[in-house]
Design a protein around this ligand. Sequence first.
Ligand code: PEP
Ligand code: MN
Length: 263
Amino acid sequence: ARRKDEQQETTTVRVGDVIIGGPQVVVIAGPCAIESYEQLLSTALEVQRLGATMLRGGAYKPRTSPYSFRGKGIGGLEMLSQIKALTGLPVVTEVMDARDIERIGEVADMFQIGSRNMQNYTLLTEVGKTKHPVLLKRGLASTLEEWIYAAEYIMAEGNDQVVLCERGIRTFETYTRNTVDITAIPALKELTHLPVFLDPSHGTGKWSLVSPVALAGIAAGADGLMIEVHPQPELALSDGDQSLNFEHFAELMEKVKPVAVVV
Ligand code: PEP
Ligand code: MN
């Protein structure tokens, strides 16, 4: 087990030109799911203009109901590839199945392992064999210890480019989609040397709560934020309730900017 000691600095994770775990809070933004070329392009251009330095967008979506939109798959990856070339933004997208790693790796600068797969040890081992940075989201009801061991499955294969992403856990509270564990952020800083991200979109499930919780995460020491943004959240094929429109994302960035450099 690798644990932070007094001397150990935070591991720096590099995604293209973006440095995660340095003094700058990194904002990754984009739609939950890639729905169309226009949707992804307009969102990418707008979040870039407002200061996001990485783009997110799901092509393979883990949906609770099999009847929900499960992503555009290869078609989505092609759009991601084109828009990455156009904007220069590094991209993160979810890999759900080890059989897709090679194909997704041709486009993605960073792999996302979603909550539902945090303890998919085959998948963790296989992404660990790649050189791609990995955004490892916290399992739906995982303890910090289980989460750290999951990260170690990746690192044990030689890939130390792992970022932990708090995205809320299941509790008795149902008003919010999940309960954001803000304490996890400083706790992980004590326990590990890995950068820690916060995803207040899935954490809250409600767009109006995203901004205040994002600020709380930065105050608690998060190295970055992952925010869902959609041109028309009310028409989104997934996670519309928690997605910011462009105007609300601009407001969030205005609030984040003054506190985005950790000194
Ligand atoms: C997502 O990022 O869209 C997602 C499915 O996240 P999580 O795995 O945290 O639910
Ligand atoms: Mn989502």
